[in-house]
Ligand binder design. Structure first.
Ligand SMILES: Cc1cc2nc3c(=O)[nH]c(=O)nc-3n(C[C@H](O)[C@H](O)[C@H](O)COP(=O)(O)O)c2cc1C
Length: 350
């Protein structure tokens, strides 16, 4: 199905630069798309106005295809007792940096499921693709986007999620393995999780689903992309491979850790944001020891605490509390311009 997917996405190569909220940029996405891959923007941390501006900036830089990505998480219910206990647990960490935790926590991002303004912006801006993480859009949202001529792509971490996404009208599905960097796309972070690897999940979904599959997780070079295609994927989606690119919005601490021996150790944890995500092992992930899942406030309420702790630490020169998302292929990251990286990946595939 590779050729069908390339036609659907209007790209030359089966290479998708993963949408990475807070890390991908219009410049990165444009470089990738201009090189014949699919550039992506993670919109989850921006409101509708930010999304409109980011898409416009991409369009100033590239006439080619664009994927934009939104999060479909359940809007969290506040739990003041859990949140207060969590802030108490973090208090000694804040104190190390002469800071105090906030009195209470906010839910940082609006879910796309409840974001009419974002839907309106996307239906008008008409990016080539809208992709979804943490679940499927509502029926009405999917219909509105399809009517605008937009291709819909969902993220699955299991066959069950893949089937639900196909039924919800997704035209391609990202098979996100447990190796993957960043947030795990599981629909229900508290449900059972078989933690399927990219290899097994890609093969299972490619055999069972009627739509093309994009393999994601641990793919860093042309050999990895070629292997994913051999498993039945129609394309590969790479995130960590692009984090060290100059167009990335990753901060200096994240880049430095990724290009050091620290890249050899990643951890899946929910302590930073409230949902499982794969991060370079750092001082923040070290806090996960002894923490039960139920101790951590819901996503993205916990992220409010995580971002404030990171800011307090950074202000004192400590980068180790950042959300340094990275997949298990992190030691293979390259600090190349994003367009150059796509050219290299294509050459390596051949
Ligand atoms: C820094 C970072 C941020 C990410 N943010 C998002 C996001 O906003 N939306 C999304 O669907 N996936 C996000 N992901 C996950 C990617 O879509 C993809 O599944 C993952 O990067 C694949 O694994 P890899 O990092 O080993 O290539 C992110 C990954 C990273 C590394």
């Amino acid at each position: 199905m590779t050729n069908a997917l390339l036609r659907l996405l209007a790209v030359d190569h089966p290479i998708v630069q993963a949408p990475m909220a807070g890390t991908s940029s219009p410049a990165m996405a444009a470089e990738v798309s201009n090189a014949g891959g699919l550039g992506s923007l993670g919109l989850a941390a921006m409101g509708a106005e930010g999304a409109r501006a980011a898409i416009a900036e991409f369009r100033d830089r590239s006439p080619r295809s664009l994927n934009v990505n939104v999060f479909c998480h359940a809007t969290p219910k506040a739990n003041p007792a859990i949140e207060a206990a969590w802030l108490d647990r973090l208090r000694p960490e804040f104190r190390r940096f002469d800071a105090t935790p906030p009195a209470s926590l906010r839910s940082l991002y609006t879910s796309f499921l409840a974001d009419d303004a974002m839907l309106a912006v996307l239906a008008v801006a008409k990016p080539t693709v809208v992709s979804f993480h943490f679940g499927a859009p509502t029926e009405a949202q999917a219909r509105a986007l399809r009517q605008a001529g937009i291709v819909l792509v969902g993220t699955a971490t299991s066959l069950d999620e893949g089937k639900k996404l196909a039924l919800a009208g997704m035209q391609a599905i990202v098979a996100q393995g447990y190796e993957a960097g960043g947030h795990r796309g599981v629909f229900d972070p508290d449900g059972p999780d078989d933690r399927l690897t990219t290899f097994a999940l890609t093969r299972v979904l490619a055999k069972a689903l009627p739509v093309p599959v994009l393999a994601a997780g641990g793919i860093m070079d042309g050999a990895g992309i070629a292997a994913a295609l051999r498993l039945g994927a129609s394309a590969a989606q790479l995130g960590t491979a692009f984090v060290a690119c100059p167009e990335s919005l990753a901060d200096a601490g994240h880049r430095a850790a990724l290009m050091s021996d620290a890249a050899n150790h990643t951890v899946m944890t929910r302590v930073i944001s409230g949902r499982p995500a794969r991060c370079l092992a750092n001082r923040f992930t070290a806090l996960a020891g002894g923490v039960q899942d139920g101790d951590v406030p819901r996503y993205p309420i916990a992220y409010d605490a995580g971002k404030q702790l990171d800011a307090a630490a950074k202000a004192k020169g400590e980068p180790g509390f950042g959300a340094q998302w990275a997949g298990q292929g992190a030691p293979m990251a390259r600090a190349l311009p994003a367009g150059r990286l796509v050219v290299e990946l294509v050459a390596e595939m051949a």
